[in-house]
Design a binder for this molecule. Structure first.
Ligand code: SAH
Ligand code: SF4
Ligand code: F3S
Length: 440
């Protein structure tokens, strides 16, 4: 047998890219590659990229530049760019950085093995199609490696919402939901390979409307209830949700489905109705707050997470204060906040931009408020009993690290436990990014 070729993949951006990188590694496994941990050992380097903000996209070019020495040392080394920068910039990437042999978009990476053969033969390869065939179907039946206890599973891709700041509808294309049975089969396969917790992924996951096994479309809640029947699967999560797609049956699932974890990522972006309108979000601050009230009535202990953009074009100090006020009212256990970044081709790029220093100042004030809330909510876990799904060994001897139902990282001394075990823990302390506890 020929010696396996070595593949190094670096992943940027969201969880969907993490999932895609795993699928790309599997596809390349079929073409004789095994994954390695450093670019220096590799015969092929793939950067799976993100285009969401300017910084994310620019990082890719600086990383590519660093591979020049490796390519000089190993003329057989091939370099590929995948993901959303590949989709957005296409052939321009090879013009700007001639080290790149291959460019593949997020909808066509099941064609990687053919593309690899083409670049091995001395050419370049570019594929940023949105093909008719189902990439997930074509990626089936790859080597069945043992998996870590928590896994991602993409159920829905693309987005039709066209928020005025966002590149996703352009890089990921139109919204598409996978048929329910394929997702159930994939979940069963993951569980057989050691998975205990699945996070269902989609850019608008709660807009899921895939074909049901017996005809008719299923909602995300129907899919969750079907997955709850999978023996050995103990936890279900989903991300990212849009406030406009938070259906009643999904809220009820948060009340009634024991396997659905009490955590919800529901980005609001801004607390100013004027800005929300200019963002094309089609919800108001008030409708969002009412929605949160309904969800919390169904599941009072739910930990809420959100995304915020400050310095969106035309945002005034008053608009910004409305965002702070919304945060005060809602209280977030987790949050991601960003300074607006101009994305070429999106509607907001053409509008009056907020002064950069002013935007930095707002981001700082926003993050101070959010960090305080996060810390308080994390500290409120001290003294409580939590269920922790152990994921890996910790730094100290006998220590394990896992996640609580609220997604906090929890350290616990459990010398006899193994990854995949679900343990009951009493929380003893809250440190910067995690909780510490003792087994019950
Ligand atoms: N589909 C998800 C999130 C997609 S991108 C949703 O609708 O919520 C993740 C986050 O990046 C967004 O929620 C937004 O807060 C941020 N983001 C997207 N485009 C951005 C831009 N141009 N500048 C700054 N932040 C941006
Ligand atoms: Fe982007 Fe808006 Fe779609 Fe989310 S809902 S992916 S922010 S366009
Ligand atoms: Fe980035 Fe693409 Fe995800 S732009 S956030 S990697 S969908």
């Amino acid at each position: 047998m020929a010696e396996p070729k070595k593949l190094y993949i670096k992943t940027y951006g969201c969880q969907m890219n993490v999932y895609d990188s795993e699928r790309m590694a599997e596809a390349m496994g079929g073409a004789g590659y095994t994954e390695v941990a450093t670019p220096a050992e590799a015969d092929m380097i793939l950067l799976n990229t993100c285009h969401i903000r300017e910084k994310a996209a620019e990082k890719v070019y600086s990383e590519l530049g660093r591979f020049r020495g490796l390519k000089d040392a190993n003329p057989d080394l091939k370099i590929g760019v995948a993901g959303c920068v590949a989709q957005a910039e296409g052939a321009e990437i090879m013009r700007r950085q001639p080290l790149v042999d291959l460019v593949v978009g997020p909808q066509s990476y099941h064609r990687l093995p053919e593309m690899e053969a083409k670049v091995r033969a001395g050419g370049t390869a570019l594929d940023t199609d949105f093909p008719e065939e189902d990439k997930f179907e074509l990626l089936k039946s790859r080597p069945k490696a043992r998996r870590a206890p928590a896994a991602f599973l993409t159920v829905q891709e693309g987005c039709d919402k066209f928020c005025a700041f966002c590149v996703v509808p352009y890089t990921r294309g139109a919204e598409f939901s996978r048929p329910a049975q394929r997702i159930i089969d994939e979940a069963n396969d993951l569980v057989e390979r050691g998975v205990r917790e699945i996070t269902l992924l989609g850019q608008n996951v709660n807009a899921y409307h895939g074909a049901g096994p017996k005809g008719g479309d299923w909602t995300l809640a129907q899919l969750i209830w079907a997955l709850a029947e999978v023996d050995g699967l103990e936890r279900i999560r989903f991300t990212t949700s849009h406030p406009n797609d938070m259906a009643d049956d999904l809220i009820e699932a948060h009340r009634d489905c024991a396997k659905l974890m009490p955590y919800l990522h529901l980005p609001v972006q801004s607390g100013s109705d004027r800005i929300l309108k200019r963002m094309n979000r089609s919800h108001t601050a008030d409708s969002y707050i009412r929605l949160i009230e309904r969800i919390r009535a169904a599941r009072p202990d739910l930990l809420l997470s959100g995304d915020f953009i400050v310095g969106f074009p035309e945002e005034t100090e008053e608009d910004f204060r409305a965002t702070l006020q919304l945060i005060e009212e809602v209280r977030y256990g987790q949050a991601y906040s960003f300074k607006y970044s101009t994305r070429p081709g999106t509607p907001a790029a053409e509008r009056a931009q907020v002064d950069a220093d002013e935007a930095s100042d707002r981001l700082h004030r926003l993050q101070t408020l959010l960090t305080g809330q996060q810390r308080e909510i994390q500290e409120s876990m001290v003294g409580r009993e939590l269920d922790v799904l152990l994921e890996r060994a910790g730094r100290q001897p006998g220590q394990m690290v896992g996640k609580s139902q609220y997604l906090h990282a929890v350290h616990v001394t459990a010398p006899d436990a193994a990854p995949g075990d679900m343990v009951r823990v009493r929380v003893a302390e809250s440190v910067t990014n995690s909780l510490g506890g003792v087994l019950i």
